[in-house]
Design a protein around this ligand. Sequence first.
Ligand SMILES: Nc1ncnc2c1ncn2[C@@H]1O[C@H](COP(=O)(O)OP(=O)(O)OP(=O)(O)O)[C@@H](O)[C@H]1O
Ligand SMILES: [Mg+2]
Length: 271
Amino acid sequence: MAEELHLQIKGLRKSYGDFEAVRGVDLTVAKGEVVVIMGPSGCGKSTVIRCINRLVEPSSGEIWFDNQPLHKLTPNQLVPVRRRIGFVFQNFNLVQRLSARDNVLLGLVYAGLNKKTARRWAEEALEKVGLAQDADKFPREMSGGQQQRVGIARALALKPELMLWDEPTASLDPILVREVLDVMENLVKSSGTTMVIVTHEVPFALRVADRIELMNAGQIVESGTPTQLFQAPLTAVGQKYLEIIKAQHTDIAEISRRILATPRNEGRITA
Ligand SMILES: Nc1ncnc2c1ncn2[C@@H]1O[C@H](COP(=O)(O)OP(=O)(O)OP(=O)(O)O)[C@@H](O)[C@H]1O
Ligand SMILES: [Mg+2]
């Protein structure tokens, strides 16, 4: 049986003034597929992912989601469709004066759920990101990693059919990146939801992606499974990522050799 098409982008272009940031992107995503978009800073990744639910208005091209032409919908027609698409932002975008629970509840209430169901769905979503105990905390009382997990819970709570992630770990302290990537990896592996993920986290992408799309200068230049892509990259961007992968491997091996060679506690500073 042919895979069921869930999202299709055709000939997408976007200009900001005279500058064309996205120059003819085609992308198809099957139901349940996890597609990772990678590429150098400024190549147009955020623009593409934001055009999908029209947070950015495309200059031209078509966006089809579940056989609906999103590019043609009026703002009113878009509202119910956007509820079926979760978006996780780089900068969390939480409402500062609301608790974690209320940040998650807000979208559910807007979506017209009754209070009881909304509360249950919010609790379920907070539980999935490991924040059931922190639901009453305000953003200022949480670490960046916890705030981003609220951002993820908010997107999850509506039980979206498609989730879009725009560099969800990019604003985080490196120490906090891990906890968010772990939550993401669990979701990707357990939910079966269709996902488009923009990330610079190479090992994460290699683990979760069914397909990686490499962008450069407003276009998709190469795509394939992680293995296809990085065993024999065809483009300069692909080569660069392969170098990163190799460098990380070497570093990790080298560092662990050094750690193992160091007598226990020698040179360690402890609190
Ligand atoms: N609102 C805007 N007005 C003008 N130019 C913009 C705007 N948004 C993005 N651009 C430009 O469009 C290009 C693509 O930007 P975009 O944010 O899509 O890149 P990106 O691949 O997501 O980069 P990064 O990895 O740094 O997030 C960049 O050159 C950027 O400066
Ligand atoms: Mg971006």
